[in-house]
Design a protein around this ligand. Structure first.
Ligand code: CU
Length: 119
């Protein structure tokens, strides 16, 4: 009986949702219309209308077609909910998805931002 209960608990743990919820991301790009090349990005991050301060933030860019590597950026915190990514390398034109992830303590928030990069 005890063994059965343990199996049950393990199954429950595996199905529990991850600590993950919606991250609101606002992008400011320089140049403001993204095109191929190095781009400076300022991310404004909020959750439930609260700015995120002191979070560990990462960004990863992927294109929507197959056969391309991901592009990473180095994120530094500016304060007041803003985080900067210098020289993010949009190395091809077309449809991109930027996955922004913010971690603090045991929480992980993430969201995808879609944008089109011109020639
Ligand atoms: Cu591509």
């Amino acid at each position: 009986m005890k063994k059965l209960l343990l199996v049950f608990l393990l199954a429950f743990t595996a199905c529990a949702p991850k600590s993950s919820s919606k991250l609101d991301v606002t992008l400011e790009l320089t140049p403001s219309t993204p095109r191929i090349g190095k781009t400076n990005i300022v991310l404004k991050l909020m959750r439930d209308k609260q700015i995120l301060e002191g979070w560990n933030v990462s960004i990863e860019g992927n294109m929507t077609h197959a056969g391309m590597g991901t592009v990473d950026g180095t994120v530094t915190e500016l304060g007041a909910g803003k985080y900067q990514v210098k020289n993010f390398d949009f190395n091809m034109s077309g449809d991109w998805v930027l996955t922004v992830t913010a971690k603090k303590d045991s929480e992980t928030l993430t969201n995808d931002v879609k944008l089109e990069v011109a020639q």
